[in-house]
Design a protein around this ligand. Structure first.
Ligand SMILES: CNc1ncnc2c1ncn2[C@@H]1O[C@H](COP(=O)(O)OP(=O)(O)OP(=O)(O)O)[C@@H](O)[C@H]1O
Length: 169
């Protein structure tokens, strides 16, 4: 089993009205075109996931973040039995200290999304099981297996971390 290493980064801020928002983006090209995802991408050979997430955030949004200002929030495995070439190992980073304003690039159109009103219809199905939980919670290690449609989570297994988001759900 080959797992492609990926490194999404979830930066948060408060809107002028005090609403907490997370920086996501609509994918314009490639895998998951049209979906709203965390900024991030592939970890290059020889690169740490932390270095990769800092690089990807800068490339995709122009925002600068210091490695020391990010916390590893989750280690997630996504399995696609019907499309094993999509299998991935995802290290999720979160943080709320950064500089710069998000701007669009060829790959992704960043947008700040309220945490209490996430565009879940346009996000990968797995996000509903872990995204809010890891923003402030303890580190989570979990595996999600997708159905043959490559879209729907069929089983979720929490290996380490908070309970209550469904073992074998
Ligand atoms: C399957 N369920 C999923 N659930 C939650 N998040 C997912 C995801 N699948 C991919 N992501 C994230 O979406 C971003 C773009 O991913 P993806 O399109 O594969 O990478 P991208 O082509 O931008 O990488 P490069 O810039 O080429 O390195 C990246 O942060 C990646 O971690």
């Amino acid at each position: 089993m080959t797992l492609t290493p990926m490194c999404p980064c979830l930066l948060t801020r408060h809107s002028p009205t005090g609403r907490r928002e997370v920086l996501l983006g609509r994918k314009k090209t490639g895998f998951g075109t049209g979906k709203i995802v965390g900024l991030g991408g592939h970890v290059e050979p020889g690169e740490t996931p932390l270095a990769a997430t800092v690089r990807e955030v800068a490339e995709e949004s122009g925002i600068q973040v210091e490695p020391a200002d990010l916390r590893e929030a989750a280690a997630l495995t996504f399995l696609f039995p019907a499309k094993p070439e999509w299998d991935m190992q995802v290290i999720v980073f979160v943080g709320d200290r950064f500089t710069g304003e998000a701007r669009e690039c060829d790959e992704i159109a960043p947008r700040w999304c309220p945490l209490d009103d996430l565009p879940v219809q346009d996000m990968w199905d797995d996000n509903q099981y872990w995204l809010l939980q890891v923003m402030d919670g303890p580190h989570l290690t979990a595996t999600f297996e997708f159905a043959a449609d490559g879209e729907t989570v069929e089983t979720s297994r929490i290996e380490l971390g908070p309970t209550g988001i469904g073992d074998e759900g």
